[in-house]
Design a protein around this ligand. Structure first.
Ligand SMILES: [Zn+2]
Length: 296
């Protein structure tokens, strides 16, 4: 009786042990298989990421070239007034989205509140007309809505706060002194920032209007104006024209007379030496997209 019982117990223990070791072995095998799968997926993911990066770079280069070619074509056709306006309206005004990799050390504030942050880039997203290679547009046009707040990008002195041809009711110019060179040589120690197509009131005909006048000191981040509406901004289409000129206001006036703050309509390109692509203040282009978003 006892022997039978002991044998049964021993059998039971042995079977149990065997089945346990079997399942342990299969778990280990499964574990090793999963680790292997994980490693190979990681490797594949890494190579896909590298491929994506290089494709994005290629895309960026292609769009850059496309932009250049488009400008060349528009310039060539500009001899004909009809063609020029056709292109101006249908090509130049077509919104372009530019994603920017930010320079986090930039001391300069972006003049508009950035509404759209794509992916997890903490970057300004420009939507509008770019700084043109053919020198016809020496600033960037930032898409905005009527009444949007425009802020001084750096401390300075207001050197223009009045209407100007092509800018509508108000174009503001602030003169800055910045003691260091910015990104090697792109910024002189003195420069002006230009804010076109703005107005003094957030809401048209309200009594609360900004009271700035020439000679006033303004701090980085203070409100310089508000986006003007279609009918009064001198250009149509609500936007901010934002330009950077690498001279003082007086030197600019001496160089260009009546055109000193104009960021476009210069077909000879002789002003380029004074104008900086404002994007340089904030980082660098990552990529462009044409016709990116529904305006509404
Ligand atoms: Zn513009």
């Amino acid at each position: 009786m006892n022997i039978v019982r002991i044998t049964m117990i021993l059998c039971f223990i042995t079977l149990n042990f065997l089945s346990n070791s079997c399942s342990t072995t299969s778990f280990k095998a499964k574990y090793r298989r999963l680790i292997y799968q994980h490693d190979s997926i990681s490797t594949e993911l890494n190579s896909l990421n590298r491929e994506l990066e290089s494709t994005e770079l290629e895309l960026f280069k292609t769009l850059y070239e496309l932009e250049f070619l488009r400008n060349t074509i528009v310039k060539a056709e500009a001899d004909s007034v009809v063609h020029f306006y056709h292109n101006y309206i249908f090509n130049f005004r077509r919104p372009i989205l530019a994603l920017i990799e930010p320079d986090l050390n930039s001391p300069f504030l972006f003049p508009l509140t950035v509404e759209k942050i794509e992916r997890n880039w903490q970057c300004p997203v420009l939507w509008g007309r770019l700084f043109y290679f053919d020198y016809n547009h020496l600033g960037i046009d930032l898409h905005a809505r009527e009444g949007d707040t425009v802020r001084a990008v750096y401390d300075g002195v207001i050197r223009n706060y009045e209407p100007a041809n092509g800018y509508g009711e108000l174009v503001a110019v602030i003169e800055h002194a910045y003691s260091q060179k910015w990104k090697d040589n792109v910024l002189a120690s003195e420069f002006i920032s230009i804010y076109g197509h703005i107005r003094k009131e957030k809401i048209r005909d309200s009594t609360a209007a900004l009271q700035w006048k020439n000679g006033d000191r303004i701090q980085r981040g203070e409100i310089i104006g508000f986006i003007n509406d279609d009918d009064h901004n001198g250009d149509g289409g609500e936007h901010l024209h934002f330009g950077i000129r690498l001279q003082t206001a007086d030197a600019s006036k001496a160089s260009d007379g009546g055109r000193w703050l104009r960021g476009y309509d210069n077909r000879k390109g002789d002003q380029l030496q004074y104008f900086l692509n404002p994007v340089e203040l904030y980082g660098r282009y990552i990529r462009f997209t044409f016709d990116p978003i529904d305006r509404n």
